[in-house]
Design a protein. Structure first.
Length: 492
């Protein structure tokens, strides 16, 4: 989305905008805590081993009260002295745990250099979408096990967002309203019917926090979940894609499968969360409990690597198509009506009635793009592209593209042919696609004809004609093959 200052001024001068901005100008920690759902009190043991209450917000405000800042170099030095200096490497630190409270104190003390950060847990995917929506390039993600770098990431985000704010001429105190109200309202809400078809199903674990069953927050959430419920969970890896199925398993003392969910977004990295790899899930369907002992004794599941490892490290581990079909069968035997449960679809393709190159595009390629979750607005057919002073060429498909003159880019270039049935034709098609890919700074090339799909990924040596993946269209009817193609194309 290209930012429109006129629309922003309409918002900031409206009653809604004035009220939203006032929330941050009033600077009330309790008001902000209630609105954005973060804690700012914590307990600790004093020298007499007695429990005491501490206030993270007021503690940080006291630390900052006699300090002044004139530029980001000084802000960086202050952040090191007040935060980084106290971090113990490889431990989930207090700053991250109370990020909402500490970042609010930094913002209230120095609004021109820090932002209040409330995009935690369930809302972090919205932050990523917001940045993508307004073309905000976030800093490089820190390593998983480097807690110092992960804490520094908050400061780096502050630098990035304030640069964006200054370029737009937005007041520092008003910018928080831009982020948490104006910006979020610009995002499309995900509906279940808008999700791509699933191509894989994964295990996720719930309840590892421990404690009594009736007090476990994971179990409480799952038991009360309704169709509109959503939450963010540790994903184990980045393999889960938007639309995929998630099978929730409750650990001890329950030890059973609880419900089936949909992935609302691709799995992502949240550097501020203990679980580095995360996935946002929603639209649950509860199932009859299937106990671990039933899985272990089942003729199909007993050979599953996840079951054989006693469900250890289950997060993000896939089930095979046969395993999921067996689960549906087990639920049917328990008396559950399984007709409404999500299925792993068969991706039908009209491969027998393709008579020309346009048929390849309309009957094979464009349905494939839709099935893997690429929106119509995210690809362009016959994108105009100047190659030299006078000549214009048109790549068949530019995917995840930018058509602004002089800044043309695409992450994926796809070339369609009716039939590639010789080495010469293959090389010519590849060379043509590669020329477009180099011009558009693409990272991936796809060739497709009436029989096959080839995928090439750019390496240090550039693009080479030895394909990375090759599928017959009939193979892509199988969700496992379909998922492999999907993750290869969509992974960054």
């Amino acid at each position: 989305m290209i930012f429109n200052k006129y629309i922003w001024d309409l918002y900031r001068n409206s009653k809604e905008g004035i009220d939203d901005i006032a929330m941050f100008k009033k600077m009330g920690i309790q008001l902000l805590s209630d609105q954005f759902g973060f804690d700012y009190h914590f307990d600790y043991l004093d020298e007499n081993n007695e429990v005491q209450d501490a206030n993270a917000y007021h503690g940080m405000m006291d630390e900052l009260k006699d300090t002044s800042l004139e530029d980001f170099d000084q802000a960086r030095k202050l952040f090191f002295e007040k935060v980084i200096h106290y971090i113990e490497e490889d431990k989930f630190n207090m700053f991250m745990e109370f990020l909402g409270a500490y970042s609010t104190a930094l913002f209230h003390s120095f609004p021109n250099y820090f932002i209040p950060f409330y995009f935690t847990s369930d809302s972090y995917p919205e932050f990523l979408k917001l940045c993508d929506n307004f073309n905000i390039m976030l800093p490089q993600l820190p390593p998983r096990h480097d807690w110092v770098r992960r804490t520094w990431y908050y400061f780096e985000i502050c630098e990035t967002l304030h640069k964006f704010r200054n370029n737009l001429g937005i007041d520092a105190l008003e910018f928080s309203a831009f982020l948490y109200f104006f910006g979020l309202k610009s995002l499309e809400k995900t509906k279940e019917e808008d999700l791509p078809k699933p191509s894989k199903i994964y295990f996720l674990g719930a309840g590892a926090i421990g404690g009594k069953e009736d007090e476990n927050p994971d179990f409480i959430f799952l038991d009360k979940a309704e169709n509109h419920s959503s939450n963010t969970w540790g994903a184990g890896n980045l393999n889960i894609k938007k639309g995929d199925l998630v099978l929730m398993y409750c650990v001890s003392p329950r030890k059973y499968l609880h419900s089936i969910w949909r992935a609302i977004e691709d799995s992502f990295i949240d550097p501020f969360r203990f679980h580095y790899y995360c996935i946002k899930v929603g639209f649950p369907q509860k199932i009859e409990p299937v106990g671990f002992h039933e899985l272990k004794e089942n003729v199909i599941f007993k050979n599953s690597p996840t079951v054989r490892s006693n469900m250890q490290g289950m997060n993000g581990r896939p089930l095979s198509v046969n395993e999921y079909l067996e689960l549906i069968s087990m639920l049917g035997e328990k008396g559950q009506n399984t007709t409404g449960l999500p299925k792993l679809p068969v991706y039908e393709r009209d491969v027998d009635n393709v008579e020309n190159e346009r048929d390849v595009e309309q009957k094979l390629i464009e349905p494939l793009l839709k099935d893997i979750g690429i929106k119509d607005t995210e690809w362009m057919r016959q994108m105009p592209l100047k190659m030299g002073r006078q000549t214009s060429y048109y790549p068949d498909y530019a995917i995840f593209h930018n058509i602004k003159k002089g800044q043309e880019k695409a992450k994926v270039v796809l070339e369609a042919k009716y039939s590639i049935n010789s080495d010469k034709q293959f090389q010519e098609a590849f060379d043509q696609a590669r020329s477009y890919a180099l011009r558009l700074q693409a990272q991936k090339i796809v060739l497709a004809d009436r029989d096959f799909v080839w995928i090439f990924i750019k390496s240090k040596e550039g693009f080479i004609s030895k394909h990375n993946l090759k599928f017959h269209w009939n193979e892509l009817a199988n969700s496992d093959h379909h998922h492999k193609l999907k993750t290869t194309l969509l992974d960054k």
